[in-house]
Design a protein. Structure first.
Length: 129
């Protein structure tokens, strides 16, 4: 995560994105990386690979996360039930809920034996127009 932290900090600074947006970006990426490490390689001993791409188009931040883990569409399942009694709720799904709540758009595709997750959100800028 140190490399990811430095990558995001440099991107935010270079693009003139408000500093508090860096924390949101890191939450999104940490959730993706954590899920990949926990679930992406159930039958594989060797290390996996993940790529992160960030782009800013106007005020829209675009994140592309590509990994070579097992096929998994995180957006295919239903959203978690947040209204039930905590002890009675099934485990899981909160990380995907966080992804959905911090983005304006979230998409998944399987491409060439890789998972491709695309997230986008409008971000605040420090630049004066």
């Amino acid at each position: 995560m140190r490399q990811v932290d430095a990558f995001v900090a440099a991107f935010v600074r270079e693009q003139g994105i408000a500093a508090d947006e860096a924390a949101r970006i890191l939450i999104l990426l940490e959730e993706l990386i954590t899920n990949l490490m926990k679930y992406g390689y159930p039958d594989r001993a060797e290390s996996g690979r993940a790529e992160i791409m960030l782009a800013l188009n106007g005020s829209r931040l675009e994140i592309e996360f590509i990994d070579d883990g097992c096929e998994f569409d995180p957006f295919a399942g239903p959203p978690p039930n947040l209204d039930g009694v905590l002890e009675e709720r099934p485990i899981g799904g909160l990380g995907i809920h966080i992804l959905r709540s911090l983005t304006d758009e979230a998409r998944y595709e399987r491409r060439n034996d890789t998972n491709v997750i695309r997230l986008s959100r409008i971000v605040a800028s420090t630049r004066i127009s």
